[in-house]
Every structure is written in C-alpha cells, then in structure tokens.
Ligand binder design. Structure first.
Ligand SMILES: [Zn+2]
Length: 145
C-alpha cells in the first residue's frame, strides 16, 4: 500500500496538479454535464468531455512552467469578473437587510409627501388625524395615519 502511495506521489511530482484554471474548467465541465442532463444536447456533452479531458491533461502535464503561465494569464483576465463576484454575497446581504428594515419601518411609520414641496415625511401610524409640519418648508397640513 505504501508502495502504491509512493508511486502515486512520484507520478504526481513535477506535474501541474490542480490550479485555479484547472478548477474552473472542471466546474464548467460539471455545469455542462448538468445542462446535458437537462437538455439532452450532444453539444453540451461534447464540450463537457473536452473540458474534462483538458483539465485532466493539465493536471498531469509535466510542463508546469507553461501551465503556471497559463494559469497566471487566466487569473489576470478574470480578475475583474472575480472581483465582481467576490463582492456579490456582501451586496446581496446589505440589499436584503435594507429591504427588511424598510419594510419594518413601513409597518411602524406612515410615509407620505408634503403637499407643498414633495418632501418625504413620516409619522408613527395609528394616531388618527394629526397635524404635520413639513420639516423642509414648514407647511402645516392634516394627515390621517
Ligand atoms: Zn414641505
């Protein structure tokens, strides 16, 4: 068994192994496989197979300097896309928490506009008819909240 492990280690030493480009190609292959299952399209299947073969070939390639260079180029070209996607979970989180806060506020406050200057105003709900003074133009009006 140890002999087998040693042989495996030797087999993989000096080879490229899995890098960012290899991982991405493998992911693309998996997604294409999924698309093949959904659509039954031969084209997706062929591209998926090509991607798999390419990623395995890369992994086993002994010309790791060239593969390293390819990977660097890939990282360079996708830097913009990866930056965009890395910020996505954070952006989605702030968007949802903001929407939720907005919704909570609307339950507690009535939001309306000043009839004179269209300034957005708010007042606590459930007080019936109240006199509102616009915070911007000081116009006074009656509002049911
Ligand atoms: Zn006003």
């Amino acid at each position: 068994m140890n002999d087998f492990r040693y042989k495996m280690a030797q087999f993989f030493s000096g080879r490229t192994g899995v890098d960012a480009l290899g991982r991405t190609v493998t992911w693309i292959a998996l997604i294409l496989m999924l698309l093949t299952m959904i659509t039954g399209s031969n084209i997706f299947y062929l591209i998926a197979m090509a991607c798999l073969v390419y990623s395995v070939w890369r992994m086993l390639s002994k010309n790791y300097q060239k593969r390293y260079y390819e990977n660097q180029k890939f990282l360079e070209k996708t830097a913009g896309i990866r930056r965009k996607f890395s910020g996505f979970p954070y952006k989605a989180k702030t968007f949802f928490s903001r929407t939720k806060a907005n919704y909570e506020q609307r339950k507690v406050y009535a939001i309306f506009k000043c009839p004179n200057c269209k300034q957005k105003l708010r007042a606590p709900r459930g007080r019936g008819k109240i006199q509102v003074t616009c915070s911007k133009c000081r116009t006074q009006f009656i509002k049911k909240v």
